[in-house]
Design a protein around this ligand. Structure first.
Ligand SMILES: Cc1ncc(C[n+]2csc(CCOP(=O)(O)OP(=O)(O)O)c2C)c(N)n1
Length: 331
């Protein structure tokens, strides 16, 4: 497999910085009461999100979870409707009715981010099955956490994907914790990737998930195999979330103390920036990207805040496949 090009490094930095800045502003404005509902960030996990997404083609499918904005941004979503969705506005990507935890953006193949832990895995298997039946040649990437790997849905999904030889990549974002439960106390194996053996499935273990290139390479091998008809792969990426489980949920839930301090020294955004600057010998393009992202975030915020809330009369639109009032013959 070819090494990454310089353009891919820059693209990786752009997308990682977008996640970092988007989520930091979202966190800040959630604290001001501007954004309703729960908000889970991928701060600290940007390299694994973007490295994995960049191994896909633009029209490949992706399924996520409650840690929900990083994934679509990693797959190059437009941040304006994404931010408007967080602000519950009608210009939001789901019309303002999904909010942070229930996003989908079909324009970039994002089939859904959902709040029920483990629920995305069977959806990914369904998408991969559909892609095979329609001969689309698409690969489905499914993000989930270490906590989700203990859910029944994980095991059922991996089993079906294996026996049907489906083009799906199961990507476990092992950030070491499920809310306040450490993976070391809840997961039966040291490496979740080892669970692939139980399903005769290929696996990849990325021990340094703060390194964009390592995640990209492992995921790309899995994506290439899936597209070549060689079936699913379980990829485990060791990473860490820098923020609390959900914004304003309270740090009192768990004190991660020195463990957090140690991981903060391995900031994936800084690691990639330093690597590119050393490769190129200057920071000109990096600074341009930084200015670009600042502007994109400001534009997204302005777009969101200036948009209207959905009308009460439209409450049932986009929620069911047909209007509830029509279904009951009320209109
Ligand atoms: C089926 C289910 N059980 C419990 C919860 C509550 N809950 C929300 S997020 C979460 C932790 C998930 O941990 P993990 O899968 O490791 O993802 P992470 O949050 O670490 O990214 C839990 C238990 C839920 N939403 N759904």
């Amino acid at each position: 497999m070819d090494n990454l090009t310089l353009e891919q490094y820059y693209e990786g930095y752009l997308r990682m910085l977008r996640i970092r800045k988007f989520e930091m502003r979202a966190e800040e404005n959630h604290s001001k009461g501007e954004i309703p509902g729960a908000l889970h960030t991928s701060l600290g996990q940007e390299a694994e999100v973007v490295g994995a997404c960049m191994a896909l083609e633009d029209d490949d499918y992706m399924v996520g979870n409650h840690r929900s904005h990083g994934h679509p941004i990693g797959k190059n979503a437009d941040m304006k409707p994404l931010m408007a969705e967080l602000y519950a506005r009608k210009t939001g990507i789901c019309g303002g009715k999904g909010g942070s935890m229930h996003l989908s953006d079909f324009s970039i193949g994002s089939l859904g981010e959902t709040s029920i832990v483990g629920s995305g895995l069977p959806v990914a298997v369904g998408a991969a099955l559909g892609s095979n039946m329609l001969n689309e040649g698409k690969v489905t990437l499914c993000f989930f956490g270490d906590g989700a790997s203990n859910e029944g849905a994980f095991h059922e999904a991996l089993n079906l994907a294996a026996i049907w030889n489906l083009p799906v990549v199961f990507l476990c974002e092992n950030n070491g914790w499920a809310v306040s439960m450490p993976a070391s106390k809840a997961v039966s194996v040291e490496n979740i990737a080892d669970r692939a053996v139980a399903y005769s499935m290929r696996s990849e273990l990325v021990t340094d998930g703060q390194d964009f290139e390592s995640v990209y390479m492992a995921t790309k091998r899995a994506v290439d195999a899936a597209r070549a008809g060689e079936g699913p792969t379980l990829v485990e990426v060791k990473t860490y979330r820098f923020a609390e489980h959900a914004v304003n949920m309270g740090r009192m839930l768990v004190d991660r103390g020195e463990e957090l301090e140690g991981w903060l020294k391995r900031d994936p955004v800084e690691i990639l920036r330093t690597k590119i600057a050393e490769m190129v010998g200057n920071e000109t393009r990096l600074e341009e990207i930084e200015d670009q992202v600042e502007k994109e975030i400001e534009d997204a915020l302005e777009f969101a805040k200036q948009s209207d809330y959905p009308d009460v009369a439209d409450a049932f639109d986009d929620v069911y496949s047909e209007r509830v009032s029509d279904f009951y013959g009320l209109s």
